[in-house]
Write a protein that binds this ligand. Structure first.
Ligand SMILES: Cc1cc2nc3c(=O)[nH]c(=O)nc-3n(C[C@H](O)[C@H](O)[C@H](O)COP(=O)(O)OP(=O)(O)OC[C@H]3O[C@@H](n4cnc5c(N)ncnc54)[C@H](O)[C@@H]3O)c2cc1C
Length: 437
């Protein structure tokens, strides 16, 4: 098994195809949760447009319009919605009130996400912040750090990105080589990160850097909170297969980060990163719910629109898709139950992430099979401005990001099935000895 069983990007909710709300979700709700659902539904109806067919957000996602103006407009809309949530008391549903949240439960967060998915709204660019940074700050932050960063994030003031991967450290994340050297009250950081989703429009980043090369690789890493406007940070967008420049390379040269921005202990960053990565897998798998995803009903409507809903092969594909949507919904509920019981997402998040990536891949194939020859069209010529083609092309992002399918299989093999562990001779050697290899 490789060291990194992780990762993701801001579009995950959309790419993942979060299952839609089902009436069965209400069956076992307590009176309080049912009342919360009603309150959320009424508030959403008063503040957002219902999602009918093609939404403004999915249209933008499908358009692959990469211009800075389109990106800025997307960020503006996400900020605006996050701010509306905050002002309405619906931002950070299960975040303690003292940090600007609602002080509710994880179950209520899921209920709200289910209700919100029926409306044409999205906080997409806050995915890393809300799904990964907030839980990590809550688990490892000082009080000062929590008060400084969590309310600003929930208010929609600060967009965050994740600066973990490097050209030589993806699956083997603990092999990262970006260095941070202490200089008085600051660390000076030099190195390169890559595949950093949304870094080009982020205000803050979570950064892993090596602070000790004389200990084994996991023990010399520190976790930093970095202001993306710090001199020495150079963000260069990378274009993906679907035409969108969703992620970036980030170069760091003599970047000065205050010691106060270390999250957790110096050299103790690996443990902090595990909280981020577990939440990330869970988020990609849909365990935290929410997002303007594509649901089973969208496939059914597409098949009806193309007049192939009665075709036996397509019908079989639709039946398979329905089963997958249901299985993923239950896997998500299981991950949520673990979180509610106060457990860190465990290997079940790998099962969820792997199931979700296979689900997305097969959904892409099904959507294009439904469209037949029209599946070859793209952009404005295609149905729903090419939304389905984008879903098809976007599958590789989700199959790699958050820890590749192979890595998830390794985790499941070792931690769930108890198979012999992969040999890791580099685990105990001082990192300095690996640098020369
Ligand atoms: C859409 C997207 C968004 C991303 N967003 C971010 C982000 O915001 N921030 C960030 O830091 N990173 C991000 N990443 C990076 C992501 O975490 C890495 O791409 C991922 O961890 C894989 O690492 P790698 O690309 O270096 O591939 P490698 O680790 O080099 O893997 C290459 C191939 O080898 C296989 N492999 C490697 N090790 C093993 C092993 N031990 N056993 C079996 N097979 C193995 C892999 O499965 C893969 O097929 C993103 C990636 C994508 C696709």
């Amino acid at each position: 098994m490789s060291e990194r069983d992780h990762e993701y990007g801001a579009a995950s909710g959309r790419e993942a195809g979060i299952p839609p709300r089902s009436e069965r979700d209400h069956e076992q709700e307590s009176p309080e949760d049912r009342a919360f659902r009603e309150e959320a539904r009424a508030w959403l109806a008063a503040h957002a447009k219902p999602r009918r067919g093609e939404s403004e957000f999915t249209r933008r996602y499908a358009s692959a319009d990469n211009s800075p103006a389109a990106d800025a407009e997307h960020v503006r809309l996400c900020r605006e919605w996050q701010r509306t949530l905050f002002e309405g008391g619906f931002a950070g549903i299960n975040v303690p009130k003292e940090y600007g949240g609602r002080g509710g439960t994880a179950k209520q967060a899921r209920i709200f996400a289910q209700e919100q998915a029926r409306f044409d709204v999205n906080s997409g660019v806050f995915a890393v912040g809300l799904g990964m940074v907030v839980p990590t700050l809550l688990a490892h932050g000082t009080e000062e750090q929590k008060y400084r960063y969590i309310p600003a994030l929930l208010r929609g003031d600060e967009v965050w990105c994740q600066l973990f991967s490097e050209p030589g450290a993806g699956s083997d994340l603990a092999g990262l080589r970006t260095r941070a050297v202490r200089d008085g009250d600051e660390f000076v950081v030099d190195g390169q990160k890559v595949w950093n989703s949304g870094a080009h429009h982020s205000d803050m980043g979570i950064l892993l850097a090596r602070t000790d090369v004389d200990v084994p690789k996991h023990r010399g890493i520190t976790y930093f909170l970095v202001d993306m406007r710090t001199p020495g940070i150079d963000v260069r967008p990378l274009r993906q297969i679907n035409g969108v420049a969703h992620f970036n390379e980030v170069f760091l040269s003599d970047v000065r980060i205050p010691v106060a921005n270390v999250l957790g202990e110096v050299n103790g960053g690996w443990a902090v990163a595990q909280t981020t990565l577990a939440n990330e897998r869970n988020m990609i798998g849909g365990g935290t719910g929410g997002g303007a995803g594509v649901g089973f009903g969208d496939f059914k409507r597409l098949a009806q629109e193309y007049g192939v809903a009665g075709d036996p092969v397509i019908r079989q594909g639709l039946a398979d898709a329905f089963i997958r949507f249901e299985v993923i919904r239950y896997l998500g509920a299981r991950a949520q139950a673990a979180i509610r019981a106060g457990k860190m997402p465990g290997p079940e998040s790998s099962v969820l992430k792997l199931s979700m990536s296979e689900h997305v891949a097969r959904n892409g194939d099904l959507a294009l099979a439904i469209q037949g020859a029209a599946g070859m069209l793209i952009g404005e010529d295609a149905t729903q401005n090419g939304l389905w083609q984008q879903q098809f092309l976007g599958q590789w992002g989700i199959r790699i990001g958050g820890g590749t399918e192979q890595i998830q299989r390794n985790v499941i093999g070792e931690r769930v099935l108890g198979l012999p562990a992969e040999a890791r001779p580099d685990k105990t050697l001082p990192f300095r000895e690996l640098l020369s290899s």
